[in-house]
Every structure is written in C-alpha cells, then in structure tokens.
Design a protein around this ligand. Structure first.
Ligand code: ZN
Length: 237
C-alpha cells in the first residue's frame, strides 16, 4: 500500500509498533505534541460481496497474533447471524457483536482493565457499523495507539456508499480495494452488489437486508459488473 511505503522511512525497523513499544519509549520520531509520528493506523479494506473480506480479516488477525500481538475481532450481522466472523471458505472465529450502544473504546478499555492486552482491532462488516463507531476507531488510533483494521462493503444494493464506509473513506489513514476479483456472469470484473428479490434486481428498499449469495436465499445478492448492474441483467443463472 502506497501510504505504508511513504511512511516507512520513519520507522523502518519497527513495522508493527504496538502499545507496549510505545509505552516503553519507542525511539520513533515524535510529533510536537509528543506522540509518535508513525504509530497506530486506521486502515479500511473494501470490496464487493464474495471477494474474501472476512477471509482476509481472519488472515490478518492470524498474522498479527503469530507475531505476538493481541487483538480483538468485532463484527456486525455476520452471515452466520452469530457473534463470530465466518467465511465462505469455511473459516470461523469468535467475535464481539457490535451493537448500537457498544463503544469500541470501552471494549478496549474494559479488556485492558482485565489485564488483557489489545494491540489492534479487526472490525469485520464495518459498513454496517454506526458513524459513531467509525469515529471511535479513529479515537482508538489517535489516543490509544491501537491499530484498527476495518473490512467491509463500500456500496449498498443501490450502488450508494454505506454511511459508515463513507466515514471510513473520510477518516482512514489508508484505504485499499481488496484485489481478489469477483467476476460477473459475463466474465467482467464484478463491482456492485445487486439485491435480487423474486428474480429481479431490486432498486428500492431498506439499506440493510440480510441475505446471502447462494441461489436458495429468499433475498439474495449477486455481484455484477457495472454494465449488467445498471441493466438489471442477471444472466442465465
Ligand atoms: Zn457483466
């Protein structure tokens, strides 16, 4: 990611400084307010349905944990409808369900109060979070030196940005489109999440309606290229 590359010279030998490093007095350059110049970051990874966001979220959690870092995984409206992150390729991990009233900062502070280290948060399905949650993520980065890695859809079934995704685009240190391509039935790269109700592409309705990409779902979603999304053409599926 270009943002990381640009920031790398500041702290080359410490690619993943955590709160412990910071409390121990990391030798990294400091800003005039005394806080490290290169410390925690808010990163948003986005892509259409089926592109492997949750898989990447769990992979990132695994990679950080393997290096001795400790993190929490959160989600909202996972496809399993349980407090866990599940993936279409069979992985699963316990997660904290984000509710309207949950304050992500309290989640971290409570863990710290119990002696549980939290170096980072993995926030799956972040497009379904409230705007307040996104600002809490920024606060965790800026004032608690906790890394936050958010994963989610950018746009809804109408091809409009989810408010939380828009806020992430506005606030994140870096934004990256997940590079696993999902193909439209025509073979073009899939970009937009069509909601399919009674065999037709829905254009109106609630922004969030539970469904999956399997054919048997009552309300299902199908990733289409822009051309076929706009035409409402679901192909021969
Ligand atoms: Zn297409």
């Amino acid at each position: 990611m270009t943002d990381d590359a640009a920031a790398a010279p500041i702290c080359l030998a410490r690619p993943l400084p955590g709160p412990d490093d910071l409390r121990a007095g990391c030798a990294a350059a400091r800003a005039v307010d005394g806080r490290p110049l290169h410390a925690a970051a808010l990163k948003f990874f986005w892509g259409p349905m089926d592109c492997g966001k949750s898989t990447m979220a769990l992979q990132m959690n695994h990679n950080h944990a393997r290096q001795g870092r400790r993190g929490l995984v959160t989600t909202r409206i996972d496809r399993s409808l349980g407090p866990q992150v599940t993936t279409r390729i069979g992985l699963a991990h316990a997660a904290v369900e984000v509710t309207d009233t949950l304050d992500l900062r309290d989640l971290v502070r409570d863990a710290w109060a119990e002696g549980v280290r939290v170096d980072y948060l993995i926030c799956d399905e972040a497009s379904f979070y409230n705007l307040e949650h996104i600002d809490q993520m920024a606060d965790l980065v800026d004032n608690y030196d906790v890394d936050v890695y958010a994963f989610g859809l950018a746009t809804d079934f109408r091809s409009c940005l989810f408010p939380a995704a828009q806020r992430l685009f506005e606030l994140a240190d870096s934004v990256a489109r997940i590079q696993v391509e999902v193909l439209c039935w025509c073979g073009r790269e899939g970009l937009l999440n069509a909601r399919v109700v009674d065999g037709r592409v829905a254009r109106e309705g609630e922004q969030v309606v539970i469904g999956d990409t399997v054919d048997t779902a009552e309300v299902r979603y199908q990733v289409l290229c822009r051309r076929h999304y706009r035409a409402g053409d679901l192909g021969g599926r």
